[in-house]
Design a protein around this ligand. Structure first.
Ligand code: GLU
Length: 481
């Protein structure tokens, strides 16, 4: 048997972390089993589905390295299949037209509530005669199609994550709607549970791996598989992603779409690595940094946890920094460029490559996210520094102007300025003015960058010097005094 799994996003929003994590688990399982990973776009909700969301989902999966083997298949292109399946269920008397109005359903719910009962459809139109149907149609009512659910049935499956799961037919809310009304008594828009089962049968899906919020759907879907005479696939319900407080993750936790993570400066390899750990424990739990291909070697649904997985920003940051710190500079540099440009800092990747590489090399160990490069390096762009109050106060201290003047003279006299020359200048100034080295260093930092804190001072100075900005900035600082 070839394992076949799928991710079936609805394009009603951008690719979300929850869907992406489900995709990671499906991808890992497919690769582990030398199976196939199918992409199916569940776009039957015409009012909420948008082509740009489909594009966003596809590009997000690609960015994360979650390549699919088949698809994308679109449910809107398969409506005939669903309608044929519904017609068969109607012909077999496993489904029927229900003419209840929204008001009647509301009344039903109210009366159940007042008796302390859980709301459900009471199956009242299950056994309508042809005359009764005709009469209801004559009133102009629009029917839906419901699939019969046997209240006495116990639906049991061996979940690959959760073990034995059992549902009572009576807990499924009564006969379920599988299609909306069409014109007259034709089959209208099919609904999720029906379309999913038709597709999973048609696409030979062997394992349905999805979030645990779908458990009740699974019970309903098993009944549909049986009604359609198909083999029921294996099910694996993955734990929900929770906030740090243990609640269901929401927008308020700052975690939304994969695009947001990308913009914040997470690397796709790091994010995919982190997501694989959101609910899965590798056999060697001390090893937390791995590629998806490496994880696929040991991935096992049996090691997916039942308990919710807490989203941990610190851990994601740590994993991202591990990837950033070992990334070769020529790969890292082009990834940094958009962040500089976005912040209004001019960079010419071609013309200025070696300077930018030196700059990136200096700050790479300080980066947790790509976006950090702006705050780490912005001091070194442009002719003028932006002086903080602290730096101005410092520059005005006694002795600072003498230090800076001496440094300027030394730079002007130097043939070249490399690391050793810079160190020699600092030493010489310290000696000739009989001041502490700390004063020289702080004067240089304030004079060159306008701030009292920042990246490595001598390297920063050399980088500024390569652009002939050190003298410009030191003279500007002197003019302030
Ligand atoms: N379209 C459904 C969703 O996005 C798919 C669920 C499933 O995998 O069956 O939640």
């Amino acid at each position: 048997m070839t394992v076949r799994v799928r991710i079936a996003p609805s394009p009603t929003g951008n690719l979300h972390i929850g869907t992406a994590r489900t995709a990671v688990f499906n991808w890992l399982y497919a690769r582990n089993q030398q199976g196939k990973f199918v992409l199916r776009v569940e776009d039957t909700d015409e009012a909420r589905s948008r082509p740009e969301y489909t594009e966003n989902i596809k590009s997000g999966l690609e960015w994360l390295g979650l390549t699919w083997d088949e698809g994308p298949f679109f449910q809107t292109e398969r409506l005939d299949k669903y309608k044929a399946a519904i017609q068969t269920l109607l012909d077999q008397d496993l489904a029927y037209f229900c003419y209840c109005t929204p008001e009647e359903l509301e009344q039903m719910r109210e009366s159940q509530k007042s008796k302390g009962l859980a709301p459900r459809y009471d199956n009242r139109h299950r056994g309508l005669s042809a005359e009764e149907r005709t009469a209801l149609e004559a009133e102009g009512r629009k029917p839906v199609i419901r699939f019969k659910i046997d209240d006495t049935r116990e639906i049991v499956w061996q979940d690959q994550v959760r073990g034995r799961v059992a549902w009572q037919g009576s807990d499924l809310g009564g006969d379920m709607v599988i299609a909306r009304a069409g014109e007259g008594t034709t089959v209208g828009q099919p609904l999720y549970n029906l379309a999913v089962v038709v597709d999973d049968i048609d696409m030979d899906i062997t394992h349905v791996i999805r979030g645990e919020d779908h458990i009740a759907n699974t019970a309903k879907q098993i009944l549909l598989y049986e009604a359609m005479g198909a083999t029921v696939p294996q099910f694996a319900h993955t734990p929900l992603i929770l906030s740090a407080e243990g609640k269901k993750l929401s927008k308020r936790d700052g975690v939304t779409s994969i695009d947001d993570f990308r913009q914040m400066g997470f690397l796709p390899e790091a994010l995919a690595n982190y997501m694989s750990l959101l609910g899965w424990t590798p056999p060697d739990s001390t090893e937390e940094i791995f590629t998806l291909a490496e994880a696929a070697k040991t991935f096992d649904l049996g090691r997916v946890n039942k308990a919710g997985a807490k989203f941990d920003w610190d851990k994601l940051d740590w994993i991202n920094s591990q990837y950033l710190h070992k990334m070769p500079i020529d790969q890292l540099l082009p990834l940094l460029v958009p962040y500089w440009r976005e912040a209004g800092l001019e960079v010419d990747l071609e013309g200025d490559r070696s300077w930018l590489e030196a700059l990136a090399t200096m700050v790479a160990p300080n980066l947790t996210r790509l976006a950090d490069v702006v705050k780490e390096t912005k001091l070194l762009f442009g002719e003028a520094a932006n002086y903080t109050d602290e730096a101005i106060d410092f520059l005005k201290q006694e002795g600072v102007d003498a230090v800076l003047k001496e440094v300027v003279t030394a730079i002007e006299a130097a043939d070249s300025l490399e690391m050793d020359d810079a160190k020699a200048i600092i030493k010489q100034v310290t000696k000739s003015l009989k001041v502490k080295k700390g004063l020289v260093m702080r004067s240089l930092r304030a004079g060159l960058t306008g701030e009292m804190h920042g990246p490595d001072l001598i390297q920063s100075w050399l980088l500024l010097h390569q652009k002939q900005l050190d003298l410009v900035r030191l003279n500007k600082s002197l003019s302030l005094l």
